[in-house]
Design a protein. Structure first.
Length: 309
């Protein structure tokens, strides 16, 4: 029997990894034709959307600004990851170095202004008007986006981290998407653009950004992440199952849980769901209406007991 050459096997594995890593890493840039609408109404809706869709990663609770945070959920074997500074800082804020067209393109596809792809902030299904309003807010003089001339850290992904990024590809840039006009469809829309399904599905590596319902264990919970104090928790099952989901929540219960972070039995939810009071009652009620249309899935999430959400 021939002797197995371990060094040769390792060399082949590394060569294959490098081949994958050397695949396309730069993509088509944004079309610079873009006209931003920036009325007070646009800015107000944009603020709501930023705090709905972006603040979970980018809002620093200590600074009360969108200066970014250390993303502790990234396995250390992949390196260090920090969310971007979204303030109007000339030195550290990314928005000062992007055109409106580039920001729109980044939000929908994940492609940066240098053609590189980042796979963790995509909203390919966001309505064109809402993308506009997010940009309008980021260009505003609101306190949360006023120049925060500081950095929380510098992202450094090692070889394995960069390799992991290249396993995903950008989403298509789809235009002429309109806001939904009925409660259930609007609820589904907010589950998508607010990223509810990101945490409340199986895991970040199995998400389908373009077709959220195709994500593994869609809205059944299970994704593991860390609270700001380092506590490890798992996202809850949000299907209408009465044992392991939220089938026993009334509309009022759901609204209180989302906006005040308090469950029907009086317990305080942990970050990041301890307070989402920027959402309107209609937005929350529409999400509840949509959740009621999902199939009830019995899925016991690790660390949680029956009726413990």
């Amino acid at each position: 029997m021939p002797r197995i050459n371990i060094k040769w096997i390792i060399t082949i594995c590394l060569a294959n990894a490098m081949l994958i890593y050397s695949c396309k890493t730069h993509f088509k840039l944004a079309n610079e034709s873009y006209t931003l609408k920036q009325s007070p109404e646009n800015v107000a809706n944009g603020k709501n959307l930023v705090f709905t869709s972006c603040s979970g990663c980018h809002y620093n609770r200590t600074a009360n600004k969108l200066i970014g945070n250390r993303m502790n959920d990234l396995p250390r074997i992949l390196g260090k990851l920090y969310s971007a500074n979204l303030t109007n800082s000339e030195m550290y804020g990314i928005t000062r170095h992007y055109t409106d067209a580039q920001l729109s393109y980044l939000i929908k596809t994940g492609i940066k202004n240098n053609g590189r792809f980042i796979p963790y902030m995509l909203r390919p299904n966001m309505a064109d008007a809402d993308v506009n309003d997010i940009i309008a807010y980021l260009r505003s003089k609101d306190a949360a986006v006023a120049a925060g001339d500081t950095t929380v850290g510098t992202t450094h992904l090692n070889f394995f981290g960069r390799l992991a990024i290249h396993t995903r590809k950008p989403e298509p840039f789809v235009e002429n998407i309109h806001r939904p006009d009925d409660a259930i469809t609007n609820g589904r829309y907010y589950v998508d653009i607010a990223g509810c399904f990101h945490c409340h599905s199986k895991g970040l590596t199995s998400l389908n950004y373009l077709h959220p319902e195709k994500s593994k264990h869609y809205m059944q919970g299970g994704e593991k992440f860390k609270t700001p104090n380092g506590e490890k928790i798992h996202a809850s099952n949000l299907t209408p199952d009465k044992g392991t989901g939220i089938g026993y929540y009334s509309k009022a219960d759901f609204r209180k849980a989302v906006k005040d972070g308090v469950t029907p039995d009086g317990r305080q939810l942990r970050p990041p769901m301890d307070k989402y009071d920027h959402l309107t009652d209609k937005q929350v009620d529409d999400v509840y209406a949509y959740i009621q249309t999902l199939s009830a899935k019995y899925h016991h999430v690790k660390g949680q007991t029956e009726m413990d959400k």
